[in-house]
Unconditional design. Structure first.
Length: 326
């Protein structure tokens, strides 16, 4: 493939997406294949298949010179070993970088987790491109974060730093899959928003008048268990009482959490991506307003809070950014 183009591979629990990316962050072509997560060899074959589909689609015969890969963590970005990702049980302590190098011996291969990679893409080419220090948070079914300092991802001692979704904000809060209680992921990710709304609607069900007036319950077809985070956001605009209460709680939680980020890291910009980001878009200034009193810093209003440039393509762009040396 052309020397100025990089293959970016985004590995998930159910799919592998690959893209051809230039050194300005533009994605020229993409491919996608199913991921087989239970078997190491078949998982590797799925990654190779996505790359080969990309080569066929672009009509390029020679092998890529650089392959960046973002994969679910935990992983070691220095050794390229996937440690024990819950969604990829066949890849525990799996030397993915070494295996890819065997298949593509002329390629430079870099691996990192998806949030770190997306943070780097936003810092290089996206919403944080003019900033030295960029904090990135992807908010969706979970919360992942990455921190880029002067163009370099901060990894910590072992490569496992900046797991911001597992920063605790309530020691008596819900039990997280990580084993801790009250992680911000358990309180402000998409499923958590929906779960709180369902609980409040269930309690409200005994009040016939309140239930009759619930736009949120009506949107869910009268079934609290059918409520989604997207419904909560829509009904907030319709002045639904439960939706407003849940969104106010969520904004408080996110503001408190990001206030801690400002006090700890003082980034030049905070970039928000992920599936819930579009839902949060109308509330970014409200979150910034709630930093007053949630930060030690007297200057929280000077920190921009912006939406990510890369949306569903964040993994592909982020993976490619790992190999960009400009």
């Amino acid at each position: 493939m052309q020397d100025h183009l990089i293959v970016g591979v985004d590995i998930g629990g159910t799919k592998v997406a690959a893209g051809l990316v230039d050194r300005n962050g533009k994605i020229y072509a993409q491919s996608r294949t199913a991921m087989v997560a239970t078997d190491a060899g078949r998982g590797l074959a799925a990654v190779s298949a996505a790359i080969e589909q990309l080569r066929l689609r672009t009509g390029v015969e020679h092998q890529p010179h650089a392959i960046g890969i973002c994969a679910p963590g935990p992983l070691n970005p220095r050794t390229g070993v996937i440690i024990n990702p819950p969604n990829l049980p066949g890849w525990h302590n799996y030397p993915l970088a070494a295996e890819i190098c065997k298949l593509y011996p002329h390629a430079r291969v870099k691996i990192d987790n998806d949030a770190n990679a997306a943070a780097l893409a936003e810092a290089k080419w996206g919403a944080g491109r003019d900033c030295r220090n960029v904090f990135y948070a992807t908010i969706g079914t979970g919360i992942g974060t990455g921190f880029v300092i002067d163009g370099e991802v901060y990894h910590g001692r072992t490569g496992l730093a900046t797991e911001g979704g597992h920063v605790g904000v309530d020691p008596r809060g819900p039990l997280c899959a990580c084993g801790k209680r009250g992680c911000i992921e358990t309180l402000a990710a998409g499923p958590a928003i929906a779960r709180r709304a369902r609980a409040k609607l269930t309690l409200q069900a005994g009040d016939g008048e309140a239930a009759k007036k619930s736009t949120l319950l009506e949107m869910a077809g009268g079934k609290p268990d059918a409520v989604t985070s997207e419904m909560v956001a829509k009904c907030y605009g319709a002045d639904d009482a439960v939706a407003k209460e849940v969104m106010d709680e969520t904004l408080d939680l996110l503001a408190y959490w990001l206030g801690n980020v400002i006090d700890l890291l003082e980034p030049d910009v905070i970039v928000i991506g992920g599936g819930v980001s579009s839902m949060l878009a109308p509330f970014l200034e409200e979150i910034r307003g709630r930093w007053v009193g949630a930060c030690l810093s007297p200057y929280p209003h000077e920190t921009p809070l912006v939406l990510a440039h890369y949306k569903e393509d964040a993994g592909i762009a982020g993976a490619a950014a790992l190999c960009d040396t400009n």
